[in-house]
Structure formats: structure tokens, C-alpha cells
Write a protein that binds this ligand. Structure first.
Ligand code: 13P
Length: 251
């Protein structure tokens, strides 16, 4: 059975002290919370070890925001999958729209990154989603279908056990504009049907599909109430312990 997940993508926010503080606050805020959901935070690379120590004795898991596809070598400034696992990281976000837009990550590169992450036994939170112009031109289903098929549909059923999907319509990221619960459900059901067609209904039902894009305490519950929405990937609202906790409670 698929798991509900609330994941906070901290992006390029929080220095070491702020990371420690936010985790401390989060631990206090969620103490005693009776949630079945997985709770994940993704701080920046330099604070991953600190975060790993800080989340000790709590349900909070720590994820990386990205990794390089090569095992090692002359790639100045980059971080490999085995470097992440060597400090106890088990999850990595790949394909975020900001990586695609600002750092030129395309389907070919993401295919390599996914392969490298799986070789390192990392779980992947794979992000994808259409641009505003895709939705306006009624092309959003095609875009999402090709983003998924180009990168993930050569994986084996066993490899899919390490895949979590995060549908993040680009027009809803950091804009305050959220997909309506109906728009999210419609796309999530479509995504699940694509997986079912390729891999069968059982596997499709086991894949957690998160929604991301301006999820806030005041809209989380309605979005999460939809059948095919299994949680959220949260940006801005994950930077405040109170807001993130309210979103966890909404699942
Ligand atoms: P916001 O929640 O700030 O819109 O960001 C969403 C996101 O990009 C999560 O990865």
C-alpha cells in the first residue's frame, strides 16, 4: 500500500544555525503527533550531516535536493550518489523544475541521474510538471506524459519501488497560485493510469504521488483529501515549523 508523505524542499535557504533551529522547532512541534505519514526535509548539501544528527530520535527523514550522475571525477562543485549514501542519506529529489530551468537538466540527463541514484540504492522523489503555456494550450497531459515516459518508463517494476512522484505544475511553484484540488486529482489519476497501463494496477496503486506548488496550511487539507494525492512537496511553507506542522496534520 502506498504511503502518505509530506516533504519539505528547503531549496537554497537556511544556514547551519538556521537549519539546526528549524529542525529543533519542528521536532517540538511534531512531538506526540500521531501521523502515519512519512515526514521528509531536504536541506542544502552543506547542512545534510548536521540535519542527519539533528533529526535524531524523531520521525523526520533527511533528503538531498539533487545529485550528479557520475560516480566521481572531474566535476567541480558536484556531489555524487555514493557521497550522499556515505553520510546516511537515503532519498534524493531529482528533476525539480528549478534544476530543469536554471541548470539545464533535461530528460536525457535526468535518465542518467535516476540510474545513478538507483545504483546507489537511493529513493528518488522525481519532480515534473507543465509550464503555464502548456496548460493554457491544453498540452499539459502530453507534457507530463513525455516527462514521465522519457525518464522512468524503462525502469523495472523492482526499481519503481524506489520511486516517489511529485507533480509540480511550474505555474504554481512559489507563485501563491495552487492547482485546484480537482486539477491535482485529475492529473494524479492520469499519471496513475499511465503507470497502470505500463506496469499494471498493483504497482500503480503502490506509487506515492505528491502534489507540489504553493501548498499552505489553509489549502493542504483539501488537496490531500483527493484520492490520488498522497501528500505534498512543500517549498516556502516548509521553512516555518508551524506551517509545515499544520500541513503534516492536514494529511
Ligand atoms: P512552493 O511551495 O514554495 O510553491 O514550492 C514548491 C516546490 O517547488 C517544492 O519543491
Amino acid at each position: 500500500m502506498r504511503k502518505n508523505i509530506v516533504a519539505g524542499n528547503w531549496k537554497m535557504n537556511n544556514n547551519a544555525e538556521e537549519t539546526q533551529q528549524l529542525i529543533n522547532n519542528l521536532k517540538i512541534a511534531i512531538e506526540g503527533l500521531n501521523t502515519e505519514a512519512r515526514v521528509i526535509i531536504a536541506p542544502t548539501f552543506v547542512n545534510l550531516s548536521l540535519a542527519q544528527n539533528a533529526v535524531n530520535n524523531s520521525i523526520i527523514e533527511v533528503s538531498a535536493q539533487n545529485m550528479h550522475q557520475a560516480k566521481n571525477g572531474a566535476f567541480t562543485g558536484e556531489i555524487s550518489g555514493s557521497m550522499l549514501t556515505s553520510i546516511g542519506i537515503k532519498t534524493v529529489i531529482l528533476g525539480h523544475s528549478e534544476r530543469r530551468t536554471y541548470f539545464g537538466e533535461d530528460d536525457a540527463m535526468l535518465t542518467e541521474k535516476v540510474k545513478a541514484a538507483l545504483e546507489n540504492d537511493l529513493e528518488i522523489v522525481f519532480c515534473f510538471g507543465e509550464l503555464l503555456e502548456d496548460r493554457k494550450s491544453d498540452n499539459h497531459f502530453n507534457v507530463v506524459e513525455s516527462q514521465l515516459k522519457n525518464v522512468l518508463f524503462d525502469l523495472t517494476a523492482t526499481e519503481w519501488k524506489n520511486i516517489v512522484l511529485a507533480y509540480e505544475p511550474v505555474w504554481a511553484i512559489g507563485t501563491g497560485e495552487t492547482a485546484s484540488p480537482e486539477q491535482a486529482q485529475e492529473m494524479h489519476a492520469f499519471i496513475r493510469s499511465l503507470i497502470a497501463d505500463k506496469y499494471g494496477a498493483e504497482l500503480a496503486n503502490d506509487v506515492s504521488i505528491l502534489y507540489g506548488g504553493s501548498v499552505k496550511p489553509n489549502n493542504a487539507e483539501e488537496i490531500f483529501s483527493k484520492e490520488d494525492v498522497d501528500g505534498g512537496l512543500i517549498g516556502g511553507a516548509s521553512l516555518k515549523a508551524e506551517d509545515f506542522t499544520a500541513i503534516i496534520k492536514a494529511i
